[in-house]
Design a protein around this ligand. Structure first.
Ligand SMILES: [Cu+2]
Length: 159
């Protein structure tokens, strides 16, 4: 009789522990960063390839693979409310300063042709409901247009 009660208590206790363990496994622990999402974007002369139209919110590790023949930059920036990728591109063409349409800091990485993308990576915390642009502002010489004007302009939404 005594043994049965003790056994029942033990079962009840382990049951509670199991439920706690399950809760711990499904809810993200506070203060422990999750593994970032990973995206690899390629740069050609002169376009970005592999930019997803949509990405998930959170810390995202962008790797840049330069498959072109000149140096390229991958600059990821959040655009201000009220702007669209089309309006931003029109503003860039019109010579508008970046701070007029970009919100906060941009994440920038420069890749030499053929460089290992593992060496050209930048992490960026993406916010839900926002739109981001990917541009290259490098020039082949001081008088040449920025690569963004030659086609190195892309965008994605975070949902
Ligand atoms: Cu470029």
């Amino acid at each position: 009789m005594l043994h049965q009660t003790a056994a029942r208590r033990f079962v009840a206790l382990t049951g509670t522990v199991a439920i706690l363990a399950l809760l711990g496994a499904t809810s993200a622990p506070v203060g422990v960063p999750r593994a970032p999402h990973q995206v690899t974007i390629s740069g050609t002369d002169y376009a970005f390839v592999g930019v997803p139209s949509k990405l998930r919110p959170g810390l995202t590790l962008f790797a840049f693979r330069n498959v072109g023949t000149v140096r390229h930059e991958m600059s990821v920036a959040r655009i201000k409310a009220g702007f669209t990728p089309d309006s931003v591109f029109a503003d860039i063409k019109a010579g508008s300063k970046r701070r007029n349409f970009v919100d906060g800091m941009a994440a920038i990485v420069i890749g030499a042709p053929g460089e290992d993308p593992a060496r050209a990576r930048v992490a960026f915390d993406l916010r839900k409901g926002e739109t981001y642009i990917v541009i290259c502002t490098l020039k082949d010489n001081p008088d040449a247009p920025q690569h963004v004007m030659l086609g190195m302009f892309a965008s994605f939404r975070v949902e």
